[in-house]
Design a protein around this ligand. Structure first.
Ligand code: ADP
Ligand code: TYD
Length: 207
């Protein structure tokens, strides 16, 4: 049995993964774990630059964007303030809302996915998730949720693009099925039902 684990929650925009990451963190805490809930892009320097690029207030080409997400991820792992390597060593269970599969899915639309995977190999070597949880929701339902809840759609938020992203997640899971722990959860149902399924999978890790 492991005392602390690293879990990545993945999904297209609007799939409900942030909601689920929070609920999982609450459940873990209630069960006595020290939890560090985090996300990518981060709110540190490189992550903030990325958010401006996503909003359109800064410009960069797609290869550069993929490189910046890698830099943000390495900083997320290795920074001395609250880097995930340190958090894991200190005994925290770390839940991250997005990790490298987001890069494979989103940047794979524009640049060679194998290149993105190769670039991120260092992250996998530094910290590989005990479980990648894919919250799977039809993209038209994701768009419905996004439009219902937000004023502005970000760079990647069109149904056509989200479909490509979803296809890329599935392609990336196929490519890495022998190297990664991947669990797909049907996210197209009530929030609490999704949370229960995710908890079932995660509590198995901690048995
Ligand atoms: P993501 O982080 O994947 O973009 P969020 O967790 O922010 O998604 O959820 C997007 C929106 O959809 C939020 O307003 C949230 O309340 C709503 N939502 C989340 N999960 C569900 C669900 N299972 N059914 C309906 N709406 C949901
Ligand atoms: P996020 O804040 O999780 O948005 P949402 O809550 O809408 O899912 O992520 C912002 C955007 O960043 C999202 O559209 C996906 C994108 N992204 C990448 O393109 N590459 C990456 O490596 C990561 C982590 C995110």
């Amino acid at each position: 049995m492991k005392s602390n684990v690293f879990i990545a929650i993945e999904g297209t925009d609007g799939s409900g993964k942030s909601t689920q990451a929070k609920l999982l963190a609450e459940k873990m805490s209630a069960n006595g774990h020290r939890v560090h809930l985090t996300f990518e892009p981060t709110n540190r320097k490189i992550g903030s630059l990325l958010r401006n690029i996503l909003k359109g207030t800064e410009k960069a080409d797609q290869t550069t964007i993929a490189g910046l997400f890698l830099a943000d991820r390495l900083d997320h792992l290795l920074n001395e303030d609250d880097g995930l390597v340190k958090k894991m060593a200190d005994g925290y269970t770390v839940i991250t809302d997005r990790y490298y599969f987001s890069s494979y899915a989103y940047h794979g639309v524009y640049v060679d996915m194998d290149w993105v995977i190769a670039c991120n190999e260092m992250c996998a070597r530094i910290l590989k998730p005990d479980m990648n949880i894919f919250v799977d929701v039809p993209t038209d339902e994701c768009m419905r949720r996004i439009v219902a809840n937000r004023e502005n759609a970000e760079l990647y938020e069109t149904n056509e693009n989200l479909k490509k992203v979803r296809d890329n997640y599935i392609k990336a899971f196929g490519k890495l099925k022998d190297k990664e722990q991947i669990v797909t959860i049907n996210g197209n149902r009530q929030i609490d039902d999704v949370a229960t399924k995710i908890w079932e999978k995660c509590s198995e890790l901690l048995k």
